[in-house]
Design a protein around this ligand. Structure first.
Ligand SMILES: NC(=O)c1ccc[n+]([C@@H]2O[C@H](COP(=O)([O-])OP(=O)(O)OC[C@H]3O[C@@H](n4cnc5c(N)ncnc54)[C@H](O)[C@@H]3O)[C@@H](O)[C@H]2O)c1
Length: 480
């Protein structure tokens, strides 16, 4: 029986391994993590992450060929294939701070693999890493190998949170990078054999190591670039009276462009886009490619501009001050169908409004109060480090209260900001909400999900990103 061990039971390690276990009953899969609470949660009825369909997959194979454990060394030692899916945050200190990837967690995992191994292993990079990380890992492993043969593969993960299970069941492609040596190619074939249990062969792509590593960074940069492109156009739409939804639809009909990832919004978030672009920028700079670095940096700058623009719209519409005004924040996760808040635009928008002394009532169906307070208290880039390395008790957030209901959040509020596109926000009883709010009552839709005309009929002043402006807002232009 092939034995797989995955180091890192996070958003990638957990779902990916659960799907491998489900699709390959002949393989034994153990997911290990240094975080006992996380592993306990994976072994309980309350999984540590929310992902549609995940619970069902885990329940089908947990205890049969899928296990979760904190005994990292034992399971690594026993495995034939070791996936490494630890976090690779942006460095907060030292060389490359604010840009380069922090490989502390990766390196310590690699050293541990070298220390405990007693048999040959295939080590698979699942984490997103800078180009040539495999080479560094290879050096760590071979210099400590005690004669054991390690083959390193790069197998970046392309799943999207919120649709992770669907993406894993039916991936556009699986990418496997390996050394072009006989040993390397044999390892590539072994991993191909795992995926071949359910992925059609023509979707399993084999490349060299560096191409696989770079493809992951490039794919995320391209996806984020589309969002920043449409968001840049949304600002122009507001200035000219065009409607960004109509423009996106028209652009997307061009088969060379395609319709996906063209929704204007308050900005992209999530643990990967910004981190991976910063990483790409750093690699370009290290290679003296400053023009290329500046090109990609602009994708992040437009994203920051879009969040600022949103905050400025809110403040300027409400007589240039939100001081002491209650504002309901609907949605805090970085997108619907996930509880993940890493780099969510909601953090910057809330901080912007708190900076203008607003009182916030926040509601998200999947994010806990503790997480929200932690996020609002955290320094930039600290979010992707383990909890014990994050700042202790949240401060400076007494102007924030967290509710378990959108109606409660909106009661007596001057305005509502929709920051996540949860389906339930489309079907709220907005008349009931309007009746319970202060007047004039504002809706700032950062995800373009409400029926603007219907809300205006009710009496709301509505701002919807990239849509023709409410007459009220026209007289109060926001300067970004
Ligand atoms: N989240 C996504 O949608 C996504 C998608 C594709 C790729 N990625 C990449 O995958 C990697 C993991 O991302 P994630 O979102 O799953 O992160 P995560 O923070 O949810 O999970 C990482 C886990 O690794 C554990 N860990 C760290 N060091 C360890 C060690 N030495 N031994 C054992 N466990 C250790 C941590 O405790 C944590 O539970 C990152 O490189 C990320 O860029 C993420």
């Amino acid at each position: 029986m092939v034995k797989i061990c995955c180091i890192g039971a996070g958003y990638v390690g957990g779902p990916t391994m659960a799907v491998i276990a489900l699709k390959c009953p002949s393989i034994r899969v153990v997911v290990v993590d240094i975080s006992a609470p996380r592993i306990n949660a994976w072994n309980s009825d309350q999984l540590p992450i929310y992902e549609p369909g995940l619970e069902d997959v885990v329940k089908q194979c947990r205890g049969k060929n899928l296990f979760f454990s904190t005994d990292v060394e034992k399971h690594v030692r026993e495995a034939d294939i070791v996936f490494v899916s630890v976090n690779t945050p942006t460095k907060t200190q030292g060389l490359g701070a604010g840009k380069a990837a922090d490989l502390t967690y990766w390196e310590s995992a690699a050293r541990m693999i070298a220390d405990v191994s007693e048999s040959d292993k295939i080590v698979v990079e699942k984490s997103t890493v800078p180009v040539k990380t495999a080479e560094a890992i290879e050096k760590i492993l071979t210099h400590n190998s005690k004669g054991i043969n390690f083959q390193i593969l790069s197998n970046p993960e392309f799943l999207a949170e919120g649709t992770a299970i669907q993406d894993l069941f039916n991936p556009d492609r699986v990418l496997i990078g390996g050394r072009e040596t006989p040993g390397g190619q044999k390892a590539v074939q072994a991993l191909k054999d795992v995926y071949a249990h359910w992925v059609p062969e023509d979707r399993i792509l084999a490349t060299n190591l560096w191409s696989a590593e770079l493809s992951k960074l490039a794919a995320n940069a391209f996806l984020a670039q589309r969002i920043s492109s449409v968001n840049a156009i949304s600002a122009l739409c507001e200035a000219t009276g065009a409607n960004v939804t109509q423009v996106s639809h028209a652009i997307g009909k061009d088969t060379r462009i395609g319709p996906k990832f063209l929704n204007a919004s308050v900005g992209f978030g999530g643990s990967c886009f910004q981190k991976d672009i910063l990483n790409l920028v750093y690699i370009c700079e290290c290679n003296g490619l400053h023009e290329v670095a500046n090109y990609w940096k602009q994708v992040i700058k437009i994203n920051d501009y879009q969040k600022n623009r949103f905050v400025n719209r809110v403040v300027s519409s409400m007589f240039n001050t939100v001081s002491g005004k209650k504002i309901a924040i609907l949605g805090f996760a970085f997108k619907k169908d996930t509880g993940d808040t890493r780099e969510t635009p909601a953090i910057d928008v809330c901080k912007g409004l708190l900076g203008d002394k607003a009182q916030l009532t926040i509601y998200d169906p999947q994010v806990t109060e503790d997480q929200i307070r932690r996020d609002l208290a955290m320094r930039k880039f600290d979010w992707d480090h383990p909890t014990h390395l994050q700042p202790l008790s949240p401060t400076a957030t007494k102007e924030v209260s967290v509710c378990w209901d959108a109606y409660e959040a909106a009661k007596d509020a001057h305005a509502i900001c929709i920051l996540t596109e949860w389906d339930e926000f489309k079907s709220l009883d907005y008349q009931k909400i309007y009746n319970a709010m202060r007047k004039p009552a504002f809706v700032f839709d950062g995800r373009n999900i409400v029926d603007v005309e219907k809300l205006r009929e009710i009496g709301f002043i509505v701002y919807s990103i990239g849509k023709p402006l409410d007459p009220w807002l026209k007289d109060m232009p926001a300067v970004a």
